[in-house]
Write a new protein. Sequence first.
Length: 466
Amino acid sequence: SPTLVWFRRDFRLDDNGALAAAAEKGGPVVPVFILDPDVDQLGAAPAWRLEQAIEHFGAVLEGMGSRLILRRGKALDMLRDLVAETGAGAVHWNRYYQPQVVARDREVKAALKEDGLEACSFDGMVLRDPWEVRTQSGDPYRVYSPFWKSLRGMDIPAPRDPPGALPAPDTWPESERLADWGLGGAMNRGAEIVAGHARIGEAAARDRLDEFLDGSVARYAADRNRLDRPDATSGLSEPLAWGEISPRRIFHTVQGRDAAGTKGAEKFLSELGWRDFAWHIHHSFPALAEENWSDGWDNFPWREENDDAEAWQRGLTGEEMVDAAMRELYVTGRMHNRARMLVASYLTKHYLVHWRVGLRWFEHCLIDWDPASNGMGWQWVAGSGPDAAPYFRVFNPALQAEKFDPKGSYRRLYLDPEADGANAFLRAVPRSWGLGEGARPDTPRISLKDGRDRALGAYEAMKSGR
Ligand code: FAD
C-alpha cells in the first residue's frame, strides 16, 4: 500500500529520512504538504519564501514523475482524508522541533497509530537530536562552548542518499492550488526585489555550499564579520530554514574537502553548531520566543511598541549603521549576523524597547526566519538569554562601522540614493513610509552616549531591585 510522506520544513530529496524510508519500501509514495493554521502562522517574508519552496519542490517532484499534494486544514484531519483516498498504510515525516509542532505531531502520531497505521518520524533537521546532547548530570546545556565541545565529539550520522525513484500511486488524490493560498500576498512591498536575493531550492543550496567551500571558507575565520564582504559567509541559513539542505550534508561535505580541519572550516562548523544549540535550547525552553530565559528580567523596564521602534523598523533612526542594516533586512529579506547583533542591541539598549518587538519584526521580514535562532539571537543580545553577552556590552554602531565597514560600502549600498541597491530599496518600500531623499534625521534620535547611559542605569536598577 502507498506511504504518505508528509513534508513540513524539509523540502529536499537528499538526506531526507522520511522520504528515503518510504522509497525503500518499493511501494507507491504520495508526497504531501499540509498548511495547518494551528502551527503555520508565518510573517510576510517567511510565508512568501514558503510559497517559493513549495512551488520549486513540487516541480522537482514532477520531474521525477511524482507530485506534491497540497491540503489546507488541521493536519490530522487532512492526513486521515488522504489515507482514506489513497489506501495508504503508513505516514512518514521528519521531526521539526518548534514546540507547537512537537505537540501537534505527538497527537497526530498517537491518533494515526490508533487508526492502525504505521506512523514514523525521522531525525535529521539538526546534527544530533536535542535530547541526545546532555551534560554529565544528564541535563540540557545552558552554555554554548561546552555544548559544542560535546556535540563536536559525537558521531554525526552520515547523510542518506536521495531516492532513485518515487513510484506513483495508481491514482493521485486531488491537490489544492498553491496560488489559492495566497502565501506571498502579504509581501506587498515588492516581492520581486526580495526574490533577487533569495536562493530557492536544493540544487541552489548545494551549489552555494560548493562555491563557499572552494573559496570563502579559507578566509571565513577572518572575514565572517565583515559587512562589506557579503560572500565571506555561506548564506546557507535560508535553505537550512526551509530544509532545502540538511545540516548533516553540510557537516560531512566540509569534512570530505581539502579545507577539513582548517581554521576556517572548524569555525564554520562551530557556527553550524550555534544552530543546533538554538534548537537544543528551544526544545528545553519552549517559551524562548515569548518569555525571558533568565530570571530577573521580568522586572526590566522595557518599553513596548513606540515611535522609536517604528523609526528603527523603517531605517530612520539617524544612526547610519542601524539604518543601513534595517534597510538591508527590508529589501533582501536577510541581514548579516554582525548587523543583526548591532540592530538588536540598538533597539533593546539605546531605545530600551522590548526584545520581543524586534523579534516580531524579524519574524515578519526574514526569509531565513528560524524560530530557535531568532529567539536565541534576540535574547542573547538583550541580555536575558542563554549564555548571553553581559548587559554592559552595548554595541557602538560607530565603532562597529570602523571595524567591519571601514570604507562605508555597506552603508552606501542602502543609504545613498545614487547607489544601485538604494534605488531598489526606495522602490520597494510603501509610500506611507515616507522614505526618500533627506527623510533620515540628520542627528540620531538619541545620542550614543545618552542611550548607553540610560540602558546601563536601567540595568543597574533592575539588578538592585529598585
Ligand atoms: P554563516 O556564517 O555562513 O554560518 C553558517 C550557518 O551557521 C548559518 O547558515 C546558520 O545556520 C548557523 N549560524 C551562524 N550563526 C548563527 C547564530 N548566531 N545562531 C544560530 N545559528 C547560526 N539565523 C537564522 O537562521 N534565522 C533567524 O531567524 C535568525 N535570527 C537572528 C536574530 C538575531 C537577533 C541574531 C543576532 C541572529 C539571528 N540568526 C538567525 C543567526 C545568524 O545571524 C544567521 O544564521 C546568519 O546571519 C546566517 O548567515 P550565513 O548563513 O551566511 O551564516
